[in-house]
Design a protein around this ligand. Structure first.
Ligand code: COA
Length: 308
């Protein structure tokens, strides 16, 4: 049996910071509304998916003490590819100088967890190390005159190295789901802008995230009290708080970066993971619960023992 361990983590966000007050200058909105309803204070914009992914990927390699030649596959979770063809992972593969394969996964904001499970499957059938990256530039598909979307989104990328190990490894359990009959709730047509039915997404998101996380914990034979850190998708602080409450995980044991980055889709979970690592909240052996939801709708959770 071959499992995985995750080692190394790196992120990249654009330099340009846009605060709530900046948005209030051009939109009928204000800092109080955005902060209270979403928890967002500022976001980074102006990113290019491939460029952020390359930078985050290089930093994850450096953090793991590895070279590009140590990687077999680049797996890029993104919902904002640079182009329809080729896959953005190909640009990232060439940009980093990885010798092996490369492909994109699009499961919207659940993409990073979908990618983690996919990487574990590749490891199980004999692949070498996988560079897993979540990167999105939602700012590029956002109508900046539409206050309902503009206040929510941001750009960023986060990467980890997924390494095969003999034995069960650190991915203790996983859960993935989708309901395409809800695709109208959150969508962006070719050449168009993001549209979202915010209220309905909010309601569904809390339900599916809690169900998915509970299933993943049950499959790992764990309870909420066994989870050292919840690393959730960062779409709205109120969704995170509602999920924490229903799961019985205290907010102090949750990584939150939405205040600084807004909703960065596939990047939000690795951004939250890196922040927790940097702040010493993830000792070796810590049990993490990663959980996300997004357009599709899709959802996914994974219980991961750090450096197991
Ligand atoms: N600034 C100021 N006022 C705004 C606003 C903005 N940016 N956007 C909407 N409003 C107004 C509305 O017009 C409405 O006014 P009204 O009461 O006069 O009609 C009022 O604020 C409340 O709007 P509503 O849409 O009911 O707010 P809400 O509490 O549902 O919050 C979201 C809106 C989008 C923050 C919330 O629904 C949400 O977070 N949904 C889920 C988002 C999500 O998870 N997306 C990502 C999925 S991956």
């Amino acid at each position: 049996m071959r499992g995985i361990t995750v080692r190394g983590c790196g992120i990249s966000v654009p330099d340009k910071v846009v605060t709530n007050d900046d948005l209030s200058a051009t939109l009928d909105t204000n800092d109080a509304w955005i902060s209270e309803r979403t928890g967002i204070k500022e976001r980074r914009v102006g990113g290019i998916t491939s460029q952020m992914a390359i930078e985050a990927g290089k930093r994850a390699l450096e953090d793991a003490g590895l070279e590009p030649s140590d990687i077999d596959i680049v797996l890029l979770a993104t919902t904002t590819p640079d182009a329809l063809v080729p896959g953005t992972s190909a640009t990232v593969q060439a940009g980093i100088g990885v010798p092996g394969g490369a492909f994109d996964v699009n499961a919207a904001c659940s993409g990073f967890v979908y990618g983690l499970v996919t990487a574990a499957g590749l490891a199980a059938v004999g692949s070498g190390r996988i560079l897993l990256i979540g990167a999105d530039a939602l700012s590029r598909i956002t109508d900046w005159d539409d206050r309902t979307m503009a206040v929510l989104v941001g750009d960023g990328a986060g990467a980890v190295v997924v390494e095969p190990v003999e034995g069960p490894g650190g991915l203790l359990s996983w859960n993935m789901g989708a309901d395409g009959s809800l695709r109208h709730l959150l969508k962006c047509d070719h050449g168009g802008y993001l549209f979202m039915d915010g209220k309905e997404v909010f309601r569904k998101a809390v339900r599916v995230v809690v169900e998915s996380a509970e299933r993943a914990m049950a499959d790992a034979g764990l309870r909420a009290t066994d989870i050292d850190l919840l690393v959730p998708h960062q779409a709205n602080l109120r969704i995170i708080q509602a999920a924490c409450q229903r799961l019985g995980i205290p907010e102090e044991r949750t990584s939150v970066v939405i205040d600084r980055y807004g909703n960065t889709s596939s990047a939000s979970i690795p951004l939250a993971l890196e922040d927790a690592l940097r702040n010493g909240k993830v000792p070796d052996g810590a049990t993490l619960l990663l959980t996300g939801f997004g357009g599709g709708m899709t959802w996914a959770s994974a219980v991961l023992r750090w450096r197991a």
